[in-house]
Write a protein that binds this ligand. Structure first.
Ligand SMILES: NC(=O)c1ccc[n+]([C@@H]2O[C@H](COP(=O)([O-])OP(=O)(O)OC[C@H]3O[C@@H](n4cnc5c(N)ncnc54)[C@H](O)[C@@H]3O)[C@@H](O)[C@H]2O)c1
Ligand SMILES: [Zn+2]
Length: 401
């Protein structure tokens, strides 16, 4: 086996000496067993893999072989594919699977898949025997840079998305960047929108770095279209991808370390709340289109632009920085058109967002790229919000020539 893997390692340091590592690299799945073994108590015997048919069909064998190689007795269970299976019913079936597998307190759940699988598997791990360990092996870009790190787990209910859940940190995260090769283009776009968000809201250098990487990607695509033989591919590009994902994870880890449970009292520029940048309008866009038109990350792409448009209108954000953000969102990939959506309907939907506290929306705005500011919704005039939404949705952003 290729245990000579070159992976990057990002530590997540939590309070009380707790923490875990994120291992990142092309082919990292081969080291899944070892990472699980090293992060779990010595008595761990069993690994219960939760995945879905698509992902397991592509990567299940590799994951299972690696876990077996590290001495685990492995069972697996495949949940339905997609957001509509992120339910209490699915979590209950996952719990039945863990019980049938005879999982004990010292054993572990392994989530192999995107954010949906990770959220459900992590939630089941948090509940089963009042909490067993779990290991994340994220296979979508969004899960690799965002959802697999930080310990939020949960399901959707009729009352709304992600309203039922638990904080339950993984014991280890193994990010195999090679799994992104089979990911559909739109899922990549959605993930890159979240990556742009993380840089824009908390770290200007990360923002610029992500933008540079995406510019290189865009150049490669157009070179390939033009039939050029000199495209940057292979090892160098793999390395750059791993590095940008590592930088994104390190950012998320920093925020989580400083505010693990998203304290109610906190809304400063380093609080976990800032990660909701772009999500107020993003969630509303998803809701008004019945979750059919946008991938979550695509809606967040527009949401970031709307929040930045508000910031500009309040005199917080320089127009040139808004323009730079528009370019970055464009580089993330092509977004579905949104110009036909009515700004007032979106505004009504965002008032229902669960992130509202005491009935009012909390806007995460920008004072500059990399500098967030949380503002009470009552301080932002409705007409400003409406104009900002209109401007953000008017036309999908375009990449600079
Ligand atoms: N826990 C958190 O902190 C957190 C943060 C952000 C988002 N989320 C949640 O994450 C979910 C979205 O996750 P997502 O965007 O990963 O979507 P997803 O899990 O639905 O995956 C997207 C699609 O890609 C497929 N897929 C996954 N990996 C693949 C691969 N390597 N190749 C080919 N196809 C593959 C999946 O089967 C699915 O059809 C939402 O439910 C959201 O609420 C959670
Ligand atoms: Zn999101």
């Amino acid at each position: 086996m290729t245990d000579e893997l070159k992976t990057l390692s990002v530590p997540v340091r939590l309070g009380g000496g707790r923490g875990y590592g994120v291992e990142i690299g092309a082919g990292a799945l081969a080291g899944l067993g070892r990472a699980a073994r090293e992060s779990l108590p010595g008595q761990a015997r069993k690994a219960a893999v939760v995945s879905n048919a698509r992902v397991f069909g592509l990567y299940g064998e590799r994951a299972v072989a690696s876990l077996r190689g590290a001495g685990f007795e492995v069972s697996h269970w495949l949940m339905g594919e997609g957001e509509r299976f992120k339910t209490l019913r699915t979590a209950e079936r996952a719990l039945e699977f863990l019980s049938e597998s005879g999982l004990e307190r010292s054993d572990a759940v392994v989530a192999l898949g995107g954010g949906v699988v990770g959220d459900v598997a992590g939630f089941a791990a948090a509940l089963y025997l009042r909490g067993v360990a779990f290991v994340q092996a994220p296979t979508t870009l969004l899960a690799q840079i965002d959802s697999s790190v930080g310990g939020k787990t949960g399901v959707n209910t009729r009352a709304g998305k992600n309203l039922v859940g638990a904080f339950h940190q993984p014991s280890a995260v193994v990010v195999d960047t090679a799994t992104l090769q089979s990911l559909p283009r739109r899922e990549l776009t959605a993930g890159w929108c979240e990556a742009v968000k993380q840089g824009a809201v908390g770290d200007r250098r990360l923002f610029e770095r992500t933008k540079r990487f995406l510019t290189g990607e865009a150049r490669n695509v157009s070179n390939r279209r033009a039939g050029a033989s000199v495209t940057e591919t292979g090892a160098g590009r793999d390395e750059e991808l791993a590095q940008i994902i590592a930088a994104q994870c390190a950012f998320k880890a920093r925020i989580v370390a400083g505010d693990e449970r998203e304290s109610l009292g906190r809304d400063d520029a380093r609080s976990r709340k800032i990660l909701n940048f772009g999500h107020t309008v993003g969630h509303a866009l998803e809701a008004v289109t019945n979750y059919r038109r946008f991938r979550h990350g695509e809606a967040v792409g527009y949401g970031c632009l709307a929040a930045a448009e508000i910031s500009k209108r309040l005199g917080l954000l320089d127009p040139s920085e808004l323009e730079s953000l528009r370019e970055a969102v464009a580089l993330a990939g092509r977004l579905p058109a949104a110009a036909d959506l009515d700004a007032e309907t979106i505004q009504r939907a965002l008032r229902k967002d669960k992130k509202a506290v005491g009935g009012s929306v909390r806007w995460v705005l920008l004072e500059g790229l990399g500098r967030a500011r949380v503002v009470d919704g009552r301080e932002v005039a409705a007409r400003v919000v409406r104009a900002a939404i209109r401007a953000a949705l008017a036309a999908p952003p375009r990449t600079p020539k």
